[in-house]
Ligand binder design. Structure first.
Ligand SMILES: [Zn+2]
Ligand SMILES: [Zn+2]
Length: 346
């Protein structure tokens, strides 16, 4: 049996620091599992969460949705999991199960998604979480728990759109931004057989991008090099949070090309250009699509974990003790993590 309380790091209000907080252990519903958290990655969405962005986060809030731990308690309706099993949990911890999207197997598009976060009632920045058993995924036997943790959000965020729009071909994929998502996107795209270009404003990232599997490197601040790649990409995955030159990205997409947004980057297509030119004209005349992409469904999650294990896709991580959660959040806020901080419960 579980104890009646546990400790988690909670923000009491938007913008407040995370403080160790004693929480009541929530009762377990029939279809839920309780998981003792061993590892939790820090995602930029956790920063949005404690800042109170997007209007979907209630306070006090315990963030953390790149979770790995061991099952400690199983509801009677849960099947396929056992006590002591190592599982990963991502952004989504449950779904309504009744809406058209859930019934079609696209649970990540659930009409009640705002109520389905794995941080409800408390997320992974603590010692224990409770989620629906269908959203706890067995970690492949030969995968390190700290690696699996990062794949639960950053991994699925890039794998699902690559598989949907670029798999099984020599699709010319550009990964824009080499960070938490980007460094995994390069590996997934290469393993899917794409021709991969890493795009970055930092020339210092070229060597690492190539080591991760990029065939080419394109410096986004080199306007001449960008213009040489006009119509050069079938798909661009914009992994960074900000700083993209959207006009340039539209320019380097081929006709019918696709700009995929797996992160919450504020997009801005300037209307002004020279007469008869400018990004909005190219956007329309080249039939470019902008596609939002939100994680993946449960089948995608299982496929992603198996694919990552098979192709030895591993995040580059900085482990930190759970007690240093505020320092970890600051590293992520400042884009200093190389490339993902994973908090470890000692
Ligand atoms: Zn995330
Ligand atoms: Zn639903």
């Amino acid at each position: 049996m579980s104890c009646s309380t546990f400790v988690a790091y909670a923000a009491q209000a938007p913008g407040a620091p995370l403080e160790p907080t004693t929480c009541e252990t929530p009762p377990l519903q029939d279809d839920e599992v309780r998981v003792e958290v061993t590892h939790c990655g820090v995602c930029h969405t956790d920063v949005h969460g404690v800042d109170g962005d997007f209007g979907v986060f209630g306070f006090p809030m315990v963030p953390g949705h790149e979770i790995v731990g061991r099952v400690t308690e199983l509801g009677p309706a849960v099947s396929g999991l056992s006590i002591g099993q190592q599982v990963g949990i991502g952004w989504q911890g449950r779904c309504c199960g009744r809406c058209e999207w859930c019934r079609a197997g696209d649970e990540h598009l659930c009409l009640r998604i705002a109520d389905c976060g794995s941080w409800t009632p408390t997320g992974g920045f603590g010692s224990s979480v409770v989620v629906d058993g269908g959203f706890a995924y067995p970690v492949p036997a030969d995968m390190a728990p700290e690696d699996a943790a990062v794949l639960m959000c950053a991994g699925i965020a890039v794998y699902a759109p690559l598989r949907r729009y670029a798999a099984g071909s020599s699709t010319r994929v550009g990964v824009v931004g080499i960070g938490g998502l980007g460094h995994l996107a390069i590996q997934f795209a290469a393993a899917l057989g794409c021709e991969v270009t890493a795009l970055s404003s930092s020339p210092g990232k070229e060597e690492e991008a190539r080591a991760l599997g990029a065939d080419h490197f394109l410096l986004t601040t080199d306007q001449g090099a960008m213009e040489e790649k006009e119509f050069g990409f079938d798909l661009l995955l914009c992994t960074g949070q900000s700083g993209h030159d959207w006009g340039n990205l539209v320019m380097i997409l081929t006709k019918n090309g696709r700009l995929v947004l797996p992160a919450f980057a504020p997009i801005e297509l300037p209307l002004v250009g020279g007469p008869g030119s400018g990004p909005i004209v190219d956007f329309v005349a080249h039939q470019v699509s902008i596609t939002g992409s939100f994680l993946g469904n449960r089948a995608d999650m299982s496929r992603m974990l198996a694919f990552a294990g098979e192709h030895h896709i591993r995040p580059l991580i900085e482990p930190m003790p759970m007690a240093q959660v505020n320092e970890a959040m600051l590293r992520v806020r400042r884009n200093e993590a190389r490339y993902r901080v994973v908090l470890v419960n000692e």
